[in-house]
Design a protein around this ligand. Structure first.
Ligand SMILES: [Fe+2]
Length: 248
């Protein structure tokens, strides 16, 4: 049994040290609660016993984000730290976990650590056990589902650091289009244009592991909203029309 109220209270206290007025911080706080709820929902649908642990994975998965923004003033991992590894280091090497959930079993600790370290990786690390893989996939699915929401609720200019002009006129790169056709995630280095970023996020849909995750993502409607991407570029318009037809 995980003391959820204790975890929530510890989380509230932890994030109180950061500036909740900063929209970037606020976004991560809201994202955390949503991902935790989604983890629980997916775990329940899989009828696993420890839904508390899945919930906890969600609550702590982005804990590294707060120190990342404070120390490096950015959420871009490529120019700062890998926020997943960083968060896991804070929790498991620097003792931060004790503030949140000191009573976890060895197995629970291992699963939690593995899930957090792997949550934003392109692929899971090799050699994981069955339970670790399952919790990793639950967290990765939940995180992706909420990313669709974030991309609808936040101006794309802000998320991708591009101008409205770039967004409206950019093309989709051939390699990125190919990822959509192959139903696979888009590697960071392939993304060249503003429209590529949007397609990159849409392609996350193909990486959802559990059918229930796809159902939730579809029902939320954010993927469809992203597909209604306003563009003045005729080729990009055609590309998005195609994707809309072939998304689900
Ligand atoms: Fe994350």
């Amino acid at each position: 049994m995980i003391n959820r109220e204790g975890v929530r209270e510890a989380f509230r206290k932890y994030v109180a040290a950061y500036d909740a007025e900063d929209p970037k911080i606020r976004l991560k706080i809201d994202h955390t609660y949503r991902v935790a709820a989604l983890c629980e929902r997916i775990a329940k649908s899989l009828e696993i016993r420890n839904t508390d642990l899945a919930w906890l994975c969600g609550m702590l998965h982005d804990i590294g984000r707060f120190e990342q923004i404070r120390r490096y003033h950015t959420f871009v991992d490529a120019i700062s730290v890998d926020h997943a590894e960083f968060g896991a280091d804070l929790l498991f090497r620097e003792g931060l976990l004790e503030r949140f959930s000191p009573d976890l079993s060895e197995t629970e600790r291992r699963i939690l650590e593995t899930s957090i370290r792997n949550h934003s990786a392109y692929r899971l690390q090799p050699g994981l056990g069955e339970a670790e893989i399952m919790y990793c996939n639950i967290l990765r699915d939940a995180d992706k589902i909420d990313i669709f929401r974030v991309n609808c609720d936040t101006p794309l200019e802000e998320i991708y650091n591009v101008t409205t002009e770039e967004l409206r006129t950019s093309a989709v790169s051939p390699a990125v289009k190919e990822c959509f056709l192959q139903h696979t995630a888009v590697l960071r280095k392939l993304k060249q244009t503003a429209a590529d970023y949007v397609v990159g996020h849409l392609c996350l849909t193909f990486e959802l592991v559990y059918p229930v995750s796809r159902e939730i993502a579809k029902a939320q409607g954010y993927v469809d909203k992203l597909l209604d991407f306003p563009t003045e570029n005729p080729e990009t318009r055609e590309c998005f029309a195609y994707m809309k037809e072939h998304m689900w």
